[in-house]
Design a binder for this molecule. Structure first.
Ligand SMILES: Cc1cc2nc3c(=O)[nH]c(=O)nc-3n(C[C@H](O)[C@H](O)[C@H](O)COP(=O)(O)OP(=O)(O)OC[C@H]3O[C@@H](n4cnc5c(N)ncnc54)[C@H](O)[C@@H]3O)c2cc1C
Length: 471
């Protein structure tokens, strides 16, 4: 007799493990099948956590490199990064957090089935590798996530031409690093390895870095990167990349159409992530797919009754689905609550915060100025630079600004875009403002503590009304 569960979740990433916990909290008998040796998926093992740990190391190095300014005496020469200790500290953080999920599974009486799962018919999941067995499930949640996607014609050998999965484990700082793609993953690794001492070039096919962000944010990042010595080649297409014994030979075509050659120790391909569905049996079960992703409706139901899907593996409503940990978790909670019979409403994807932890950090939510204009709004903008803020001066982090995009007619805040210190934290206030359909007036009337970075939001809202105090 197969073991029987109310809910079987396939994949223990931030989508799957959070869905499992919520379902168990609501009284369901839950099993999670995970093929990795630890729980937490991309976010904990290769993504959010280890990259941000490396970025904290980069930040620590930045402080020490500017020791004179901070009045810190370093007696024995120039500070340098010790990669052995960097990885040891990062791994300790990752292990602590993955063990934390194991603890939460035990606490919520969730069974972790170690192995690879395949959909094997109505209400049935087979473990085809690992702890081989069949499971019976009233409901199945597929949360198998994503993996790095390559570029046609470029062979990823995982030594010289690598993805973020390998970049996170680099034991030595490459002398030179070329990064293909300037999305969040690309610019974060650019910041990490530039600070660690690499010569970094970032190549982007589109006209600007971080192309989904507000244009002003992209321009500010490019300026900051230039000051830090990161070379940005936008409007540039890599046409060929070949690994050699000592590095990578790269050919690219710039905006003028002329071919150019580059050489680097390492080429990091950071051009996006594709769905993980190989061997899952989704198509065999008759689940509708969209470009390899599992198609779901606004409550994450697939085309087959009893099977839901969440996280990086899904396509929803024909729009670009944000591949973010917090999005997958929010979807996981919603599905668990739906399966427990709760009244649930679709998530509002216009209110998803985007955080990019490069230096300077980016935090954004809602419509960019260009998108708001395209949607026909009479747009009003307020911008305030961190450079004049006392708290930013104290921290020595004066690059960037907060920009508020609002509708002139009703004064509603449509989007907030910031680049600069603590932006990934500050964006929380902006998310709440959009969620509560705040007006700029309400942000103006909100008292922001002094001296804090959050004053930049208050000042930007004053600026949107044409009257910033400190500018
Ligand atoms: C370098 C990097 C940095 C990132 N930084 C951030 C960040 O700062 N903030 C943020 O919000 N997002 C970040 N992300 C994105 C984030 O990691 C993902 O959006 C998130 O992990 C998606 O969660 P998920 O549960 O959908 O899938 P995943 O986390 O990919 O988890 C899927 C799990 O399913 C398992 N699995 C797959 N197939 C099977 C099978 N057949 N049987 C059993 N198990 C299976 C996999 O082993 C995996 O553990 C980053 C990603 C990368 C690569």
């Amino acid at each position: 007799m197969p073991a029987s569960y109310d809910v079987v979740v396939i994949g223990a990433g931030t989508g799957g493990y959070v869905a499992a916990i919520r379902a168990a909290q609501l009284g369901k008998k839950v099993a999670v099948v995970e093929k990795q040796k630890s729980l937490g998926g991309t976010c904990l093992i290769w993504g959010c956590i280890p990259t941000k740990a490396l970025l904290e190391h980069a930040h620590a190095l930045k402080i020490v490199q500017n020791a004179d300014e901070w009045g810190i005496a370093i007696p024995y020469g120039a500070p340098a990064i010790d990669m052995r200790q960097v990885h040891a500290r990062k791994d300790k953080i990752v292990t602590g957090l993955t063990k934390g999920i194991e603890f939460l599974f035990k606490k919520n009486k969730i069974d972790w089935i170690k192995g690879t799962a395949a959909l094997a018919g109505k209400g049935r999941v087979d473990i085809v590798e690992g702890e081989k067995q069949a499971l019976q499930a009233a409901e199945i949640i597929v949360a198998t996530g994503s993996s790095p996607r390559g570029v046609p014609g470029i062979e990823i050998d995982r030594k010289r031409i690598i993805t973020s999965d390998e970049a996170i484990h680099l034991q030595e700082v490459p002398k030179s690093l070329v990064i293909l793609g300037s999305g969040a993953v690309g610019v974060e690794f650019a910041s990490i390895f530039r600070r660690f001492g690499s010569e970094v070039t970032i190549i982007e096919l589109l006209p600007r870095l971080v192309p989904i962000e507000d244009e002003a944010v992209s321009a500010e990042l490019e300026k900051a990167f230039k000051r830090q010595g990161i070379r940005s080649l936008t409007n540039t297409k890599v046409t060929r990349a070949v690994a050699t014994a000592t590095g990578v030979d790269i050919e690219a075509q710039g905006p003028d159409g002329k071919p150019q050659k580059l050489a680097a120790d390492i080429l990091l391909v950071a051009t996006g992530r594709g769905p993980v569905t190989t061997g899952l049996g989704a198509e065999t079960l008759g689940i509708a797919m969209e470009k390899g992703f599992i198609k779901v409706d606004s409550l994450y139901r697939t085309s087959v009754a009893g099977v839901s899907a969440i996280g990086d593996v899904i396509a929803i409503d024909g729009r670009v689905h944000p591949q973010l940990a917090h999005v997958s978790s929010a979807e996981g909670i919603l599905v668990a609550e739906r399966l427990a019979g709760k009244d649930v409403r679709p998530l509002n994807y216009d209110h998803v915060p985007g955080c990019t932890y490069c230096d300077p950090e980016i935090g954004s939510v809602g419509l960019t100025e260009a998108a708001a204009k395209k949607q026909g709004y009479d747009v009003r903008v307020g911008t305030f630079p961190f450079g004049v803020l006392g708290r930013a001066k104290m921290a020595g982090e004066t690059d960037g600004f907060v920009k508020i995009v609002a509708d002139t007619k009703y004064d509603e805040v449509l989007g907030v875009h910031m680049i600069g210190p603590r932006s990934t934290e500050l964006v929380g206030e902006a998310v709440l403002a959009l969620r509560l359909e705040c007006t700029v007036e309400e942000l103006v009337k909100t008292i922001h503590a002094h001296p804090t970075f959050s004053e930049a939001i208050g000042e930007a809202s004053h600026a949107a009304h044409g009257a910033a105090i400190h500018m």
